[in-house]
Design a protein around this ligand. Structure first.
Ligand code: KIV
Ligand code: NA
Length: 275
C-alpha cells in the first residue's frame, strides 16, 4: 500500500523538487493524474470545462461534492484538494467552515482551496485551526472576474504589492501552499522567495515551487481556449472530433457495426450492409 500525500508532505517540499499538480473532475482522469502527480485538484474550473458555464460563478457546492466524490474513487497517492465555489465561504468564517467540512466529509478530500489573501486571512486561520487544511489562491482569482473586468495578467502595476501582501497574509494565516495565477515572473519569484510555504504557479513562471494546469487544457480538449501559459501536451479535442466524424459516417454508410461487433449469425446477404 502506498502512502497518500498529506498537506504537511506538500508544505515540506518548499524549495525542493517541484510539485506537479493537475485538475481532475472524474474517476478515470483522477486515476491518471494520481499515477503521475503529487496533487489532484477538483477545481471549480469544472463549471467551465465540463458544464459549459461562462465563468466559475455558477458553480455550486453540490457540483463540487459530486465531482469530488468521483475523483476520490480514483486517488490512491496524490493529495486531493477541492475548490470552495463562489458564495460558499466569503460571508463569514463560520459559513466557510460549515461548507468546507461538508466538502471534506462528503468527498473524502484532505484539503480545500479558496480564493483570496488578506481579505480571507481570518477565514483561513479559522479553518486551519479547526482541522481543515487550506490551499490559498491569489493573483488572478477567477471568481472575482467581474471586479477585475476580465482575465488579465495581474501584478504588473501598482497591484504587485497587494498580491505579495495577499500571499504573505494567507501564509501567516496557516495556508499550507498558495496558488499564484497569471502573474509576471518577477512577482512570482519575489513571492516564492518570501513565503515559507510552496507556491503553485499557473501562468506564473518556473520560479514557483510547483505547477498546476487545468487537465483538459493541457490535453487539448478544446480548440478555442489557448492562453499563453498553457502548453498543449496532446490534441485530444482534434482526435475526438475526427473519431466522432468517422463514427457518424460509418453509421450512415452501414459500415459500423461490422460482423465482428455483432452477436449471433449474420446472414451473408446482409453482411455488406445491403439489408
Ligand atoms: O479551478 C481551477 O482549476 C483552479 C486551478 C487551475 C488553480 O483553481
Ligand atoms: Na479554481
Amino acid at each position: 500500500d502506498v502512502k497518500i500525500l498529506t498537506p504537511p508532505d506538500i508544505a515540506e517540499r518548499k524549495g525542493g523538487a517541484p510539485i506537479a499538480c493537475l485538475t481532475a473532475y472524474t474517476t478515470p482522469m483522477a486515476r491518471l493524474v494520481d499515477r503521475h502527480c503529487d496533487v489532484v485538484l477538483v477545481g471549480d474550473s469544472v463549471g467551465m470545462v465540463l458544464h459549459g458555464l461562462p465563468s466559475t460563478l455558477g458553480v455550486t457546492l453540490d457540483m463540487m461534492i459530486m465531482h469530488g466524490k468521483a475523483v476520490r474513487r480514483g486517488v490512491e497517492r496524490a493529495l486531493m484538494v477541492v475548490d470552495m465555489p463562489f458564495g460558499s465561504y466569503e460571508e463569514s468564517p463560520e459559513q466557510a467552515f460549515r461548507n468546507a467540512a461538508r466538502l471534506m466529509a462528503e468527498t473524502g478530500c484532505a484539503a480545500v482551496k479558496l480564493e483570496g489573501g488578506e481579505t480571507m486571512a481570518g477565514t483561513i486561520r479559522f479553518l486551519t485551526g479547526r482541522g481543515i487544511p487550506v490551499m490559498a489562491h491569489v493573483g488572478l482569482t477567477p471568481q472575482s472576474v467581474n471586479v477585475f473586468g476580465g482575465y488579465k495578467v495581474q501584478g504588473r502595476g501598482g497591484d504587485a504589492d497587494r498580491i505579495l501582501r495577499d500571499a504573505v497574509a494567507a501564509t501567516e494565516a496557516g495556508a499550507f501552499s498558495v496558488v499564484l495565477e497569471k502573474i509576471a515572473e518577477p512577482l512570482a519569484r519575489a513571492i516564492t522567495g518570501k513565503i515559507a510555504v510552496p507556491t503553485i504557479g499557473i501562468g506564473a513562471s518556473a520560479a514557483c515551487d510547483g505547477q498546476i494546469l487545468v487537465v483538459d487544457d493541457m490535453l487539448g480538449q478544446f480548440s478555442e481556449f489557448r492562453p499563453k501559459f498553457v502548453k498543449r501536451y496532446a490534441e485530444l479535442g482534434n482526435e475526438a472530433d475526427a473519431a466522432i466524424a468517422a463514427y457518424a459516417e460509418e453509421v450512415r454508410e452501414r459500415r459500423f457495426p461490422g460482423p465482428e461487433h455483432v452477436f449471433g449469425d449474420v446472414p451473408k446477404t446482409v453482411r455488406r450492409g445491403t439489408a
